[in-house]
Design a protein around this ligand. Structure first.
Ligand code: ZN
Length: 494
């Protein structure tokens, strides 16, 4: 389920967005994090993790510094680079409550975090006997409240028998006293934290298009579809590389999430794609009811790991809508009929929006229960229509333009994206009116990319609307509420 990725991120963005709206009272909290060096030791049986991290900042921080961390924290130590202990409080993270001493550009933070009772297949960190997961959007190490792009080095110590999928490039392993330490460094900067996943896996690997593909499948499971996966990934990676002229990273890890439902996935973390369930792996990826499913999660290596949306300003359309669109045309290139089949499903979803919830895409906010449908279903239809009108070459320029302009940069809003469209389609009145009709008006403009007369095959589960999934909605609201309280209770030192 692609949607769940962004709940966590949304929470973070809502907070930073709120801060900006209030004449930027958090300006002084900006840390400009350059680098994080993190050592973790994981204890799957007790569902806990020990973190020892050093954060390198580009400037001395004035005022309070908020560092995100997860779980119930104990044994917290916060030290300046000089070794001086820094006063802190723990509230949804570690908050350093005084300005850092002049000249301080490194801070070390260590703690034990316990996740007991949180071993759920939701967005929270999962640890159990055989598997563990720290979502990249739920940092398992303290990173700045304001998410900076930064480099990460990570050493992860786990019991022998665990395979660790860490961020970026693996630098090797060391075995000592029944434990294995795996070393990683990010390949290019990461925003938010860096993902970490471990478990008793068997790794299938191949060199495809110069990219190391690794598929982590639970050890006790047969993976008869491996060859068809390798073939599918070869076509997928080849398509994206040809379209954009590059692939962002030297490797791609597809990790089986055992606690997730079949055909649910998450992407967006550097080099990670997580796919849920067992039967997702027993089928070949192009046999899935949705052949663009794996292509979708893989595409998040571009829109997700390289650029980051401003979710408060329509960015979810960019991150998920462009991904739905791109994965469709990718899958279409070797599973003909994908666009028509999936396009009809998207259209059927959009038609379910009750009239009182129908809003212009440009004006949709996350509070609107149809926000997901607008982003996941309506926005890709708009892009398909635009592609038909302006041609694929122009679309490639639009997509590449965004990737080049916003790569590792500022958060991309929907308005920014539309500006790129206008710049690349200058003088094309059809493009301009498509933008107006699809983005600034309610309702569904005429569909021309496929025949919509045939009835929609409803063998596919209904798309989850944000408000329809109570547990996720509650988690989301609780997270936002926690951050809100934290912000309100901070008094800012100027
Ligand atoms: Zn997605």
């Amino acid at each position: 389920m692609k949607k769940r990725i962004y709940f966590a991120i949304i929470a973070i963005f809502i907070v930073s967005g709120m801060a900006m709206a209030q004449e930027d009272p958090f300006e002084n909290l900006q840390t400009d994090l350059l680098k994080a060096t993190v050592c973790c030791e994981v204890f799957p049986a007790s569902q806990s993790i020990f973190i020892d991290s050093t954060l390198e900042l580009s400037k001395t921080v004035v005022g309070k510094t908020v560092l995100l961390a997860r779980g119930t924290l104990s044994d917290v130590k916060v030290l300046a680079g000089t070794g001086e202990a820094l006063p802190y409080v723990v509230a949804t993270g570690v908050i350093i409550i005084e300005s850092l001493p002049a000249g301080t550009q490194t801070v070390s933070v260590s703690y034990m975090a316990c996740f007991k009772g949180q071993a759920t297949p939701t967005m929270f960190p999962v640890i159990n006997e055989d598997f563990m997961q720290f979502d990249d959007s739920q940092p398992c190490y303290p990173v700045s409240f304001f998410m900076d792009w930064h480099d990460v080095k990570m050493a992860v110590t786990a019991p022998k028998g665990f395979e660790i999928a860490g961020p970026g490039i693996p630098l090797g392993k060391k075995v000592s006293r029944g434990k294995v330490t795996s070393y990683f460094r990010s390949e290019g900067p990461v925003c938010r934290g860096a993902g970490l996943f471990g478990g008793k896996y068997r790794i299938y690997s191949d060199l495809i298009e110069g990219i190391t593909l690794e598929i982590f499948v639970r050890r006790n499971m047969d993976f008869p579809a491996w060859h068809s996966w390798a073939d599918y990934m070869k076509k997928t990676l080849g398509f994206y590389r040809a379209r954009y002229g590059f692939y962002p990273f030297s490797r791609l890890r597809i990790v089986q999430l055992p606690n997730f439902h079949d055909l649910n996935g998450r992407g967006g973390g550097q080099t990670f794609v997580m796919i849920g369930g067992d039967s997702s792996f027993t089928m070949g990826p192009s046999e899935h009811r949705s052949p663009n499913f794996v292509a979708h999660e893989t595409f998040h290596q571009f829109f997700g790991a390289l650029i980051f949306p401003n979710v408060l300003k329509g960015g979810i359309n960019i991150i998920e809508g462009t991904t739905q669109y791109a994965s469709l045309i990718c899958a279409e290139s070797f599973v003909p009929g994908t666009i028509e089949k999936m396009g009809r499903r998207f259209l059927a979803e959009v038609r379910k929006i009750p009239p009182d919830q129908d809003v212009e895409i440009m004006k949709a906010t996350l509070e609107n229960p149809s926000a997901s449908t607008l982003a996941y279903d309506k926005f890709p239809l708009f892009l398909l229509e635009l592609r038909k009108a302006v041609g694929d070459e122009t679309m490639i320029r639009i997509e590449r333009g965004c990737l080049e302009k916003y790569r590792f940069g500022k958060f991309l809003s929907l308005a920014d994206f539309v500006q790129v469209i206008h710049a690349e389609t200058k003088g094309n009145p059809t493009a301009a009116s498509l933008c107006t009709d699809w983005l600034e008006k309610k309702g569904i403009p005429p569909i021309t990319v496929f025949e919509e007369s045939a009835p929609v095959n409803r063998d596919f589960p209904l798309r989850m609307v944000v408000s329809a999934d109570r547990s996720n909605r509650e988690c989301f609201e609780q997270t936002v509420e926690d951050y809100r309280n934290m912000i309100e209770n901070l008094s800012i030192t100027r």
